[in-house]
Design a protein around this ligand. Structure first.
Ligand code: MN
Length: 240
């Protein structure tokens, strides 16, 4: 229920556990509609130190992400017929939207979707690795966790300009790594994102300057594998 999500997030209740945030977040990703609300981080601003310092994370969340939310709402403000669509629906149907707002929704709607998933896919660095059926699928499709990490790093560091590197699954549970430019999303009808890394300079420049590879190397320690695993299990639970 979007209503209850909104209430909880506006309260910013620190008593909410990681597990409850996941459930609330997943509902929100699927169901929230205009006006979109900038969601607080599911952890404190200093939770990702030393990989991401407080200044880097707060600028990224409070300024960059918030701007995408505001600009998406501005784009949809005069289009009541689109205001009942979820973010996912807007992005899947991007080519059917009115031409005059298509670019704004693509850039800012993608910006909201990508950042919500990015922030929700990290946790305090504690050396977590994948487990369960996602770990088995990584071994099957990439050879090993170590080999997956190499390929993911290559995709992230090698992305020319601004964009994202993603781990996604198709409906049958086959994993792949994809890159997108700017704030574009993968084909959300066919693929479900499990996790992603932001390689726009704004994600790391305050702390790392031009050292994108160091940021990406650190990011691996922030991955919330429990949440990625839960997303994967949900896809695998649906018969195809
Ligand atoms: Mn960003």
């Amino acid at each position: 229920m979007p209503g209850s999500f909104e209430k909880v997030y506006k309260m910013g209740n620190p008593a909410y556990t990681d597990q409850e945030y996941t459930q609330i977040g997943d509902i929100a990703m699927k169901e929230e509609t205009y006006p979109f609300i900038a969601r607080p981080l599911p952890y404190e601003y200093d939770a990702l130190i030393p990989v991401l310092d407080q200044e880097t994370l707060s600028f990224h969340h409070d300024k960059h992400y918030k701007t995408y939310v505001d600009n998406l709402n501005n784009a949809l403000a005069d289009y009541p017929e689109l205001q009942g669509m979820s973010l996912r629906e807007l992005l899947i149907n991007i080519n059917s939207l009115p031409a005059e707002i298509r670019t704004a929704v693509r850039n800012n709607g993608g910006g909201v979707y990508n950042h919500e998933l990015y922030f929700d896919s990290m946790k305090s660095p504690m050396g977590q690795e994948p487990s369960g059926i996602l770990a088995e699928a990584i071994d099957r499709d990439f050879g090993s966790y170590k080999q997956w990490k190499e390929q993911m790093k290559q995709a992230a560091v090698g992305k020319f300009g601004s964009g994202w590197a993603w781990l996604v699954t198709d409906k049958k549970g086959n994993l792949s790594i994809v890159q997108t430019a700017n704030q574009d999303v993968p084909d959300l009808e066919e693929l479900t994102p499990l996790l992603l890394v932001d390689v726009w300079e704004h994600a790391y420049y305050l702390q790392y300057q031009n050292r994108r590879a160091d940021y990406v190397e650190g990011w691996f320690d922030l991955i919330n594998w429990r949440k990625a695993g839960k997303r994967y299990e949900e896809v695998c639970a649906v018969p195809v």
